[in-house]
Design a protein around this ligand. Structure first.
Ligand code: MG
Length: 379
């Protein structure tokens, strides 16, 4: 019986699922797939993300974030991806565009050859993690659409086990912090992430606590340089219902950071200090309690999935974060979220021009839909 296009896609997908499902082997694809002449087409478009509010952390403030939207088209299916470039990672619309112009997916005949394709992408040039993630996300979205399944199902994950996501309260004056905390409470968030590190830490926490008793995450963005003061502050934060402390000290103060983690009553999470898989061995073990994985830092879902496995084997805590992103990047990350301890996937809620609809935060919980791939639709 001849196969229609969707059945054909399902057939090749099932034959090749081993490529995206670690620990499962489905054998290699039938030879007629290797010989086909179908090609993947990558395209991309710069897109400026407009922030709802000025975003302030220990190092800077900003009102917009440069972004590049990508898509990979193949046999009538389209996978969507995205590169978001907050200033501190050093990528820009220019660098991402330049990188993507070098990408030649035409040399691959089978989109399920994920390992080959993404190894090639990573080898094009050093760095460029967001640019690489924009290809990785679009490729994974395409694969899910080809087999008509959401990625979390292909990874064998239970969508009920998604975490609550925190909502971020930036550093500001008390009246603004009060207003934002009230908004977050009204939106139903069950946990908040408070930015610290600009000298008004206790004021920030006390202001938030005027409104809510929900658990708090804090992110210092490398803002503390004295380890003894940092430890005192962490003890104080623990009394205030804080769950963990993200990047308390500069990533360069490795010995101080290791000392702080050893003595800290709360887990310490590496963000700026952590980027790629190999960092777990080189920079994290013995220095931090856990890692903050972001697709834009780590080149995408393929490496992020491996990171979670390695982190678990090393007894590290895992949180899943994001940049200021559209629902595309956030929904991609959300596919992995049943595997992590803590979620910080509010990036799409911070912008006012989201071109996608996808993962939703319902009563504070990351809520996956059953759409294929990364679970997004273009508006
Ligand atoms: Mg952070």
């Amino acid at each position: 019986m001849p196969l229609n296009r969707r059945d054909f896609a399902k057939t090749i997908g099932i034959a090749s699922l081993g490529a995206i499902v670690p620990n499962l082997t489905f054998g290699s694809a039938p030879s007629y797939i290797k010989n086909n002449s179908k090609k993947m087409k990558l395209s991309f478009q710069p897109y400026e993300l407009e922030m709802k509010h000025t975003f302030t952390v220990a190092e800077y403030s900003r009102n917009s974030t440069p972004d590049v939207l990508t898509k990979i088209e193949y046999e009538g299916f389209t996978g969507y991806g995205e590169a978001s470039m907050p200033p501190y990672l050093g990528e820009s619309i220019e660098s991402v565009t330049k990188f993507l112009k070098k990408v030649n997916l035409q040399q691959f005949s089978d989109p399920f050859e994920v390992n080959d394709i993404l190894s090639y992408i990573d080898s094009i040039e050093e760095g460029n993690p967001a640019a690489k993630a924009s290809v990785d996300i679009a490729l994974h979205d395409l694969l899910g659409k080809l087999v008509n399944q959401p990625l979390y199902k292909l990874w064998g994950l239970n969508p009920d086990k998604t975490p609550y996501t925190s909502f971020t309260i930036g550093i500001d004056k008390p009246d603004v912090v009060l207003m934002k905390t009230k908004e977050a409470k009204a939106m139903g968030f069950k946990v908040l992430k408070v930015k610290l590190g600009r000298g008004n830490d206790q004021e920030m926490i006390n202001t938030v606590r005027e409104i809510t008793n929900v658990p708090l995450y804090v992110d210092v963005n490398q803002g503390w340089t004295d380890r003894n003061k940092a430890l005192d502050m962490i003890y104080w934060l623990k009394e205030k219902g804080v769950v963990f402390v993200e990047q308390p000290m500069p990533k360069t103060q490795v010995d101080d950071m290791a000392w702080l983690t050893e003595h800290s009553p709360l887990p310490t999470m590496a963000d700026e200090a952590f980027q790629r898989l190999y960092d777990i061995e080189d920079k994290i073990k013995g220095v931090y309690s856990g890692i903050n994985i972001k697709l834009m830092k780590c080149t995408g879902l393929y490496e992020a999935h491996k990171m979670i496995t390695v982190a678990r084997a090393s007894n590290l805590k895992v949180m899943l974060g994001c940049m200021t992103e559209t629902s595309c990047g956030v929904s991609a990350a959300a596919q992995l979220s049943p595997l992590v301890d803590w979620g910080d996937l509010d990036g799409n809620l911070l912008i006012k021009n989201d071109p996608f609809v996808g993962m939703k935060v319902i009563k504070g919980k990351v809520t996956l839909n059953d759409w294929p791939g990364i679970g997004v639709r273009k508006l």
